[in-house]
Ligand binder design. Structure first.
Ligand SMILES: Cc1ncc(COP(=O)(O)O)c(C=O)c1O
Length: 340
């Protein structure tokens, strides 16, 4: 096995083999427990070992484990989950495009849809996508290019063309860059409401509202990458709700199934959907994956959203966030013990 982001030359004898999970604890092969503070890779929103999700997967697998959703094909869990996600997203009436691998696929789908949208609107010059320093948008081709962590892109030579970066915390820099490039050439601005993998940076006060406004003024799509921040982590279903944003598209994955099955969802607002859904339109989004709308993964997603709702996890996050912040602020790293 070749591990992600690992120096395989030095890994021998140092692998940590996780065999079991329960709540916020995972156990290695020797039976040692670890506090899973990162929730695996920021996704296990409902905790490990929830039988409801295993049951949902097993029941759906017995009925119909997998079937494709290209062209006319659909399935009940995919339909139901799309409706559920559309109902909770602050971009309604939304359409939901499923991706199978998670966030990277959602990001590449959003980037391709950005370009396909402007082309369908007769503005095919609006090709440039802008993202931020420190951003992480996954490791597919668009995501690697859009990311703002140079080490992740450098080994791979020229990537996707027509991508520009701005500082992560300066809204006016976005305004200036769009003006310099010409709004007629800029298609979208991609932005994590809270930067995650690039270092965990909260947005400066007023930053998100201002970049959304700048996008509107220049007629540039505003795309929120909520792959980490979605489904409860920010004390609301989506961070866009907490920050009162109304993005044109939202990318999600991870917490959508709490990682019990790989699944992503690109939430598409009415403006971007319109040229493809307008009655009589000949526009086709020529994009999709074998496992888009996978029935088993979608059934797990539905059961996961049920759990989040039943246990009111977003409200619980809000209750606990100041408690956690206070405890972390009094943390003494040298001993690993809290001072309180
Ligand atoms: C904000 C953001 N976007 C996209 C991704 C890529 O998601 P995945 O690794 O599931 O493809 C990640 C992964 O951490 C992420 O944090």
């Amino acid at each position: 096995m070749w591990n992600s982001f690992a120096n395989m030359a030095s890994l021998a004898g140092r692998t940590v083999t996780i065999v079991r999970g329960e709540g916020a604890t995972v156990f290695d092969a020797a039976g040692r427990g670890y506090l899973d503070a990162l929730a695996s890779l920021w996704y296990c929103n409902v905790g490990h070992g929830r039988p409801e999700l295993a049951d949902a997967a097993a029941a759906q697998m017995r009925q119909l484990a997998g079937y494709q959703t290209f062209e006319p094909f659909s399935n009940p869990p995919a339909e139901a989950l799309a409706r559920r996600i559309a109902d909770l997203a602050p971009v309604g009436p939304a359409k939901v495009f499923f991706t199978p691998g998670g966030g990277s696929d959602a990001i590449d789908s959003a980037a391709k849809l950005t370009r396909a949208y402007w082309r369908a609107e007769g503005q095919s010059d609006k090709q440039i996508i802008i993202s931020r320093a420190h951003a992480y948008h996954g490791m597919n081709a668009y995501g690697t290019t859009l990311g703002g962590i140079p080490a992740n892109a450098e080994p791979f030579g020229p990537l996707v063309t027509g991508v520009e970066h701005v500082p992560w915390d300066d809204a006016e820099a976005l305004d200036k860059l769009i003006s310099r490039l010409g709004a007629g050439r800029v298609g979208a601005f991609f932005c994590e409401p809270v930067i995650g993998a690039g270092g965990v940076y909260l947005p400066p006060e007023g930053y998100l509202a201002r970049v959304q406004e700048i996008c509107r003024q220049h007629d540039v799509l505003f795309v929120a990458d909520e792959v980490i921040t979605g489904f409860g982590r920010m004390g609301s279903w989506l961070a866009s709700e907490r920050f009162a944003l109304e993005p044109d598209m939202i990318t999600t994955a991870k917490g959508l199934t709490s990682g019990y099955a790989p699944l992503g969802a690109l939430i598409v607002g009415p403006r971007v959907a319109e040229p493809f859904w307008r009655p009589g339109s000949a526009e086709v989004f020529r994009h999709g994956y074998t496992y888009s709308g996978h029935p088993m993964a979608c059934a797990v997603g539905l059961a996961n959203l049920d759990l989040i709702e039943r246990e009111q996890l977003p409200a619980r996050v809000l209750e606990l966030e100041s408690v956690l912040a206070a405890r972390l602020a009094s943390w003494t790293p040298a001993t690993g013990r809290s001072r309180r």
